[in-house]
Design a protein around this ligand. Structure first.
Ligand SMILES: [Zn+2]
Length: 428
């Protein structure tokens, strides 16, 4: 039937899949080394050294994109930050186009991890990489060091086949995804604007088309210290935090009342987390200070400023009902995440291409999903660049005994390689 045939790809699905599968051991080795680098906030450099070496090992030239505090603070999409960023770097490497004609692509992953939540509950040290059957256990294994390893495995497989892309493919290993997204933003500020971005965060068999925004806020509550032996002396700042939290839960319930599509299919899309509480000095001293650090989400299309106003109103309501806080209201500070929710059309070419690549790699259909977490895709989409997540199967992310399913890392890498073939085009 003339006109109904498509040109055969330069290289078959089977050949791409086989070439990437041969990288399975190398990917596992790289993943293990990354997991054993404890790349929490401020300690990302050992992980970035490993990634720079991995990019060099592909025959590409790693380039530093240093964090620039002034440039970030001047940018409307930046998250506020009180911690030092001087000397920190993102590492990128460009696989240059052999010739014109394709669509450019960024394959992005974050090297930073959250701190181990409860080290004593782990069955092994969090920053050790342990093979357990088909799983690799370790903090950050799924979120998302396996994704970084998959990016390297995908590109190595294609390069071993002697293929070159028809548009630039930039590999990015970024910092500060877990606290605000400023590492990815710094890469956008570096100037490369691809036609699409894929982030192999652990969304197995699914392409993300919508994600919530996230706001971090911190509430400082001041009380009045005193000796606990005298009844009625002092104002306990820790106990004054209880009604503040209760009002924040009221706000959370309001935000979940009438979710817009596609979040109306989810039971509780907007989650408040009171993640850190600090306060008090001594069991026999009335606590003079208490600080809460919280995370709250917002839907795409809503402004961060609007959510800040509602948080402040909730805190003010709690204070107004408290005999001491009414005259001494808590202070709300913003430090870390302050990013909007974002969406990509479910039929956007990048979504279609990533879903098709997954289907070719796995033989299974790819879902298009909203997520109630946020990722660095937010920074790219908000900058006008289509970005999705798609990646391996992981369990217990930000929890105890985080692990990633190694065969799914290979499938992810195969799908990414097929995406490069079909999105960018390749030449033999
Ligand atoms: Zn992540």
């Amino acid at each position: 039937m003339p006109g109904a045939e498509q040109a055969a790809p330069v290289v078959s699905d089977t050949d791409v899949a086989a070439a990437v599968a041969r990288e399975a051991e190398a990917m596992e080795e790289l993943l293990g080394r990354l997991v054993e680098a404890p790349t929490t906030l401020g300690n990302e450099e050992p992980g970035q050294r490993i990634m720079a070496e991995a990019f060099s090992g592909l025959g590409l030239e790693p380039v530093d994109v240093p964090m620039d505090a002034d440039a970030l603070r001047a940018h409307p999409l930046a998250a506020p930050f009180s911690w030092p960023v001087d000397g920190k770097r993102n590492v990128v490497a460009t696989w240059p186009a052999a010739r014109e004609g394709g669509r450019s692509l960024v394959l992005n992953g974050h090297v930073d991890v959250v701190p181990p939540a409860a080290e004593s509950l782990w069955t092994r040290p969090p920053f050790s990489a342990t093979r357990d059957g088909e799983w690799l256990v370790g903090l950050g294994s799924g979120d998302m060091k396996a994704g970084l390893a998959a990016i390297v495995g995908a590109v190595r497989g294609l390069r071993r086949l002697g293929l070159e892309p028809l548009a630039d493919v930039q590999l990015q290993s970024v910092v500060e995804e877990e606290c605000g997204g400023n590492g990815a933003l710094q890469c956008v500020l570096a100037g490369f604007r691809p036609d699409g971005v894929v982030i192999p965060e652990p969304f197995p068999g699914a392409v993300t088309v919508s994600q919530v925004g996230v706001l971090w806020f911190h509430i400082d509550i001041a009380g009045v210290p005193g000796h606990v032996g005298e009844a009625g002396v002092g104002v306990n700042a820790i106990e004054a935090a209880f009604p503040v939290i209760a009002e924040l839960r009221v706000l959370e319930a309001e935000l979940n009342e009438d979710p817009p599509a596609p979040y109306d299919d989810l039971p509780h899309p907007i989650n408040l987390n009171v993640g850190v509480i600090e306060g008090g000095d001594w069991p026999s001293t009335v606590a003079a200070e208490c600080s809460l650090s919280c995370r709250l989400a917002l839907y795409p299309g809503q402004a961060v400023a609007g959510l800040k106003a509602r948080v402040e109103a909730a805190v003010a309501r709690a204070a107004a009902a408290h005999p001491y806080l009414a005259a001494h209201p808590p202070r709300v500070r913003y430090d870390g995440f302050a990013g909007q929710g974002v969406e990509v059309p479910a039929d956007a070419p990048l979504v279609e291409a990533m879903a098709a690549a997954h289907e070719r790699a796995s033989g299974e259909a790819a879902a298009r999903i909203p997520t109630t977490a946020t990722t660095d895709a937010r920074v790219f989409v908000a900058s006008g660049i289509p970005a999705v997540c798609y990646g391996p199967w992981a369990e217990s992310i930000h929890g105890v005994d985080e692990r990633v399913h190694l065969p799914s890392v290979v499938t992810t890498a195969q799908a990414l390689a097929l995406l490069v073939r079909d999105w960018c085009g390749v030449t033999a």
